[in-house]
Design a protein around this ligand. Sequence first.
Ligand code: 4NP
Length: 146
Amino acid sequence: MKILMVCLGNICRSPLAEGIMRHLAENNGLDWTIDSAGTANYHVGDPPDRRSVKVAQKHGIDISHLRGRQFNAADFEQFDIIFVMDVNNYRDVIGKAKSAKDKDKVALMMPDQSPVPDPWYDDALFEPVYEMLYNACSERLERLNA
Ligand code: 4NP
């Protein structure tokens, strides 16, 4: 399974989702490829936001080595599933799709379709965002591995 996590900046939400899903896949003995990208190019080459690094570290996951990159249409060829964090990400990713098959690969991260809030302007959101992503990744992994 090849999974891409996508948010706006690729420094807060999607690197967390990448780290969590990789951690869960490894714990389950699954040889999955997990990556992340941003729809914007603001943070290409940057490490994750220090608040995301810190909350991941607190839960035993190291994401400090990840670097930001921008989503591009070639990602539709590389990945089986593209999980997006909110409807803006969904619109931007779908906007680069070249076929119905590409579009079918895109889904909201949360199984109940709710948005994962952008924590960029609110320090207090990093922990709840971590919890949301952990629960979502656990549920997604269980279903994909069934
Ligand atoms: P992310 O959060 O999409 O979860 O990585 C953001 C990071 C940076 C910005 C916006 C959202 N920014 O405007 O630079």
